[in-house]
Design a protein around this ligand. Sequence first.
Ligand SMILES: *Cc1c(COP(=O)(O)O)cnc(C)c1O
Length: 425
Amino acid sequence: MQLNGYFQFSNNVLALADKAIEMAQPVFRKIEETAALNQQKVLAAFQKNRVSSIHFAGSNGYGYGDIGRDTLDEVYADIFGAESAVVRHFMISGTHALTVALFGILRPGDTMLSVSGKPYDTLDGIIGIFEKNPGSLRDFGITYREVTLKDEDFDYDAIESALLEHPKMVYVQRSNGYSVRDALRIDKIGRLAAFVKEKSPQSILMVDNCYGEFTEAYEPTEVGADLMAGSLIKNPGGGMADCGGYIAGKEEYVTLCADRLTAPGLGREAGASLGQNLNLYKGIFYAPHTVQEALKTAVFAAAACSLAGFQVRPKYDGLRSDIVQTIGFGTPEGLCAFCRGIQKGSPIDSFVTPEPGEMPGYTSKVIMAAGAFTQGSSIELSADGPLREPYAAYLQGGLIFESAKIGILSALQELCACGLLGETV
Ligand SMILES: *Cc1c(COP(=O)(O)O)cnc(C)c1O
């Protein structure tokens, strides 16, 4: 790798990076192919919906008649091959979008069946998995059931028996979150969708699509999912959205969700866009490319870290369906050095040193590196991990590969400075 004097890395780190880049080339070509297909989808949706500068104007107050907002919903629906979508900056996060979808669909007496094991940690209190906390689904009389994955795939025998009860919702989390497994690929989700439709046609298949958008050529709603939700400070916001979330799927279900988001009867008609339309349009337009940059960052990091002797998941050339890269360092020193280096190599707050700290809901301390323009954005280069075995960092994002690559190099340099890199090249 060529350096022009702004950054210094030891020869050992540079040699590792060169080798990793060489290994990654064929994988990069595949990532570029997917991005090219997804960019066509996005461009075609903009053209079909005749997106024009009037859509960027926005609204205030009640936000009635905001054609920018309404057209953005159509654009998202077309991109995701869904009947309908609701995209709003006032869904405050991915967790909020998922909450709106769950409460929009489920009614007292209904059952939610998760078929990908325990959902993302932030949903514990929303579902009421461990206790009947006030306001949770459980508090509203909704039953939660769970089937864990088997050999990295859906456990069809267990799902078949659970479907005998005809749960109102079958729930899938595409990305691994903080559990140690690979993301669920779109072909697997498609197969599950066909199975659910056959065994229990009235069940609604909902997918937590966080981190998954544009990592493959199709989205869950294109292969049979009835509903999906995600965060705009992850993939579909393209690094441009300041905040927000989306829900997409069958018209009937999206309408129920929109009624829960605002108020029954008001649904999608109200809710001012407050100057956010332009950012959200730009974000979804950039998203396939931004996801490409994040995937390249993940692949490069996987290649470099496995050359350095660390455990990585997925492997650099493994199939992906999200932007998350897990790297197991085996020691707290390794995990902390890596996160310090990522922070040092970031555009924002590069002068800050992350330290492990207590986090609500975690038994062990957690360390986080996040040098991002948008607070909590994980489409921007970020890494975090709990200080417990296997001392794994969850790395994601990277708006610009050229910059994220410096971030990874700076993490390797930090490992090197701590004597944790060894003579591996
Ligand atoms: C990030 C994430 C969420 C929650 O999103 P927030 O925006 O952090 O609230 C839910 N599920 C998965 C799989 C995620 O990656």
